[in-house]
Write a protein that binds this ligand. Structure first.
Ligand SMILES: Nc1nc2c(ncn2[C@@H]2O[C@H](COP(=O)(O)OP(=O)(O)OP(=O)(O)O)[C@@H](O)[C@H]2O)c(=O)[nH]1
Length: 304
């Protein structure tokens, strides 16, 4: 979850008139971080790169109009959810209707009235913050605090497409706690929940790169996505993950494979192609996990 709820939010102001940029910047600077763009083109690039919390967008600009730019922003997955307020001198209800239909959340009219600019911007920033918090909550597994299956589906799609574009590898790993039913049966469900939480965090802390991703796949199963990681590197990392969980030394006197809680893992490194679905790769990783379980558990099985 976002651990910095009190950071200043970022507002991108896109207007071809320097004076407007200055006036709006001066009005808002005290409460927010400000980024300026003097053309639609530059504004679009900055929106994509910096993901501001709110965009103030002039309707009339010489290169591309604000109406055209908002269409572009709403069609781009990186920028589609950023709220946009139009800035306009056109005090005409048909324009306002058009802007709102294209996805703007509000209008601010020129000449600027500082108190109104403040109030509208504050309101939409507050809504943006609440929406982000809700989105984050919807993507977190409540028991372990790591990403849930829904988030995993999104990230898999994103990493798969990125690997396709860049012709790079993606490793997919499924991990499952060994004899967890016996654990629950003997130590109780609440103790089982605690183990799930500890393992989730130990695995998360064992990941090395910022884009390495972990989610609770369901029940006592976890999934890892490791972009740009080859067979050898991924497999090594997974061995380290299993070791890190063993190092927790969680007693499991009812496991036939060890006297502490252990994991089995199955994985593959693949280079996504147009002829392969992500689901095929998941099935292969799952088959590897099945093999690891069949071969005695507490081990890694890797395809290839
Ligand atoms: N405490 C707790 N247990 C869960 C949760 N989700 C699933 N489980 C338990 O995980 C256990 C999974 O049992 P099985 O699928 O038989 O797997 P296993 O006993 O680990 O056997 P192997 O995978 O073959 O080693 C069941 O007892 C589930 O109730 C949860 O959120 N909390």
């Amino acid at each position: 979850m976002d651990q910095q709820p009190h950071r200043k939010q970022l507002v991108l102001i896109i207007d071809d008139q320097k004076t407007n940029l200055k006036i709006l910047g001066d009005i808002l600077r005290q409460d927010t971080d400000i980024m300026l763009a003097q053309s639609a083109e530059q504004g679009f690039r900055k929106a994509e790169a910096y993901q501001p919390d709110l965009i103030l967008l002039d309707v009339l600009m010489p290169d591309i109009s604000g109406f055209e730019l908002i269409k572009k922003l709403k069609h781009n997955s990186q920028t589609s959810s950023i709220p946009v307020i139009f800035i306009t001198a056109l005090n005409d209800s048909s324009h306002e209707e058009q802007g709102l239909r294209l996805g703007a959340c509000d209008y601010i009219y020129k000449p600027f009235h500082a108190a109104i600019v403040h109030a509208r911007v504050r309101l939409h920033l507050q809504l943006a913050r609440q929406r982000k918090m809700l989105e984050q909550l919807a993507h977190i597994d409540p028991l372990t605090g790591i990403a849930n299956r829904r988030k995993y589906d999104q990230v898999l799609d994103q990493y798969w497409r990125s690997a396709l574009r860049q012709h790079s590898t993606l490793s997919i790993v499924m991990l499952d706690i060994d004899h967890f039913k016996e654990y629950n049966d003997h130590y109780g469900h609440a103790a089982g929940d605690k183990v799930l939480h500890q393992i989730a965090h130990r695995l998360k802390d064992s990941l090395k790169r910022p884009n390495d991703f972990i989610a609770r796949y369901g029940g006592e199963e976890f999934v890892l996505l490791l972009p740009e990681s080859d067979d050898q590197g991924s497999r090594q990392l997974i061995e380290q993950c299993l070791q890190a969980v063993e190092d927790l030394q969680l007693p499991h006197d009812y496991s036939p494979v060890s006297n502490i809680v252990t994991l089995s893992a199955g994985g593959i490194s693949c280079q996504p192609s147009l002829y392969q679905e992500p689901l095929d790769a998941i099935k292969q990783a799952d088959a590897m996990l099945y093999q690891a379980k069949q071969c005695g558990k507490n081990r890694v099985r890797w395809l290839g």
